[in-house]
Design a protein around this ligand. Structure first.
Ligand SMILES: [Zn+2]
Ligand SMILES: [Zn+2]
Length: 213
């Protein structure tokens, strides 16, 4: 098994979690042993989110997708954004807000659960009024948290520990664009994402009645 950042290995992580006896849970109850909270911060690509969401649904897994309303990379209020929200829910997933501090403006598109985007330590784990901060108790403690930031697992790929049931419970943060686009480095993966984006931008231009002849 190769611990790369591919959809194939993401699927293997899900299999490992199942082998380890974990249950796929949402951020709606205090963690109990065996809970696995799949968290996705969607920073860059709704398409990548849907790719990962479909793979999870096929594997019988459920996750919480944290979507941005202030992203420079995508527009959640666009038709594509609304379709993504619908699709994620249809696949059985939950949707939380990936918020930019200090605004955590929840509306009926989101469950009352918030993950800050690129948080500073001062507020990262502070409670949020009217919402659960996923990095605050009871959902955060270092031994029950793993994340894939910039194609780097700070404590190694967790697939073996998942399969062995080593974690009492786990919040597993992954960024869909890292897994859905190919590339051996973050740079390569981002180049692949931009290439795909160019294709979809050309389609959007045509749909917007721009003359591309
Ligand atoms: Zn691995
Ligand atoms: Zn983020």
């Amino acid at each position: 098994m190769i611990c790369d950042f591919s959809l194939q290995h993401y699927g293997e992580l899900l299999e490992a979690a199942r082998a380890g006896g974990y249950r796929f849970e949402a951020f709606d109850h205090d963690p109990v042993p065996g809970d696995l909270f799949l968290r996705h911060d969607v920073d860059l690509s709704l398409e990548a989110a849907v790719s990962v969401a479909e793979l999870e649904a096929e594997a019988g897994a459920r996750a919480t997708y944290f979507l941005m309303t202030e992203s420079v990379f995508y527009n959640l209020a666009s038709t594509a954004g609304r379709r993504t929200l619908e699709r994620l829910r249809d696949l059985g997933h939950r949707v939380g807000l990936h918020a930019v501090f200090p605004r955590a403006d929840l509306d009926d598109r989101f469950e009352p659960v918030v993950a800050w985007h690129n948080p500073d330590p001062e507020y990262m784990s502070q409670p949020i009024e009217g919402a659960q901060n996923v990095m605050a108790p009871p959902f955060f403690r270092p031994e029950s948290y793993r994340s894939d930031s910039n194609q780097r697992w700070r404590h190694g790929c967790p697939h073996e520990e998942l399969a062995a049931g080593t974690f009492e419970w786990l919040q597993l943060l992954t960024h869909p664009e890292i897994w859905a686009f190919p590339g051996a480095t973050m740079r390569e993966t981002m180049e692949a994402m931009l290439e795909a984006d160019r294709e979809s931008r050309l389609r959007q231009l045509a749909e917007d009645r721009i003359d591309l002849s």
